[in-house]
Design a protein. Sequence first.
Lengths: 114, 247
Amino acid sequence: MSMLPYGVSIWLFLIGLYGVATSRHLIHLIVCLSVAQSSTYILLLAIGYRHGAGPPIFLRAPVGTPAVDPVVQALALTDVVVSAAVTALLLAVAIRIHKRTGTLDPQALRPLRN
Amino acid sequence: MTPTTRRLVCFGSAAAVGGLLLHGLVRLPSFGSYRGPYGDVLNATAVGERHATNIPSAVNFDYRAFDTVGEEFILFVAVVGLAVLFREQRDQSCEQQQERRRHISEAVQWVGIGLFGFLVLLGATIVLHGHLTPGGGFQGGVILAMAALLIYLLGGDEVLERLGRRASIETVEAAGAGAYVLIGLSMLAAGGAFLENLLPLGQSGRLNSGGMIVLLNVATGVEVSAAFALLFVEFLEESRKPPREPS
């Protein structure tokens, strides 16, 4: 079972990609992209985890207490911020597409229509 | 491409990518046995070196502070790009503001006013204690932006709109992002490297410790709260307009 988090991460990434590829609605597509992106959080945090270790915060716990890796946690924070920025921008693009074409179905948006 | 072929292509490539990922991840140390060394080195030395007790925050705003400049500007550029995208369109359509009075119950207003102060305090606390406990500029900034969203819920549409139109939110956002870079440059001027922590470090565990980390957290908190507030204002203003006829 020690590989389970890595498996969950791969599965989330693939299921998100599947959603993006087969989506019939742009909002659904953006959510699927977020799902695929969330696989990276699990991967990062799983790599830095250590059984029985506490958080890398030494306000109460003395320095030297076993703690998980703080570097991947900092990276996960960056990841979340980028994900939020990307989602916001894509939602704005989806709104523009809807106003322009009246549809949110990506498969109805052919380059040669109109 | 028909949906069936699309699905087939997707399954084929997903199997290939999944196989590659599995191949790459299977040799990693098994879950729960992190071997280091970077995290262990930081956990052992960061408190002594930087007097900050929240190590991820010390990583983000000190050891890797330069990367956080990039992170800040990703958010900045995304939100400004979103505003540009919406406003260009809004200028094209004629200004037909329909007056829409919403009815907001008194209970919502009273609870909201109480929550507003609580959210502002909570956000400020999380920003200011970023170097001590979990939290920091990004997390606290989002909470502060929720306070702006609460103004909308309380019927303060005009307040938010005026803020959005007068471009004051963008100014605050740009000021936050600029302050971060200026702090880095002032370290350069003081004889150090860009974003090197040269300020007095104080005593570990106290609010006034960690040197530059607190200042960077505040700059980030200002930038993030303004960025998310701008995001809400733009989306809300967009939802007020009647949809245009499909062309």
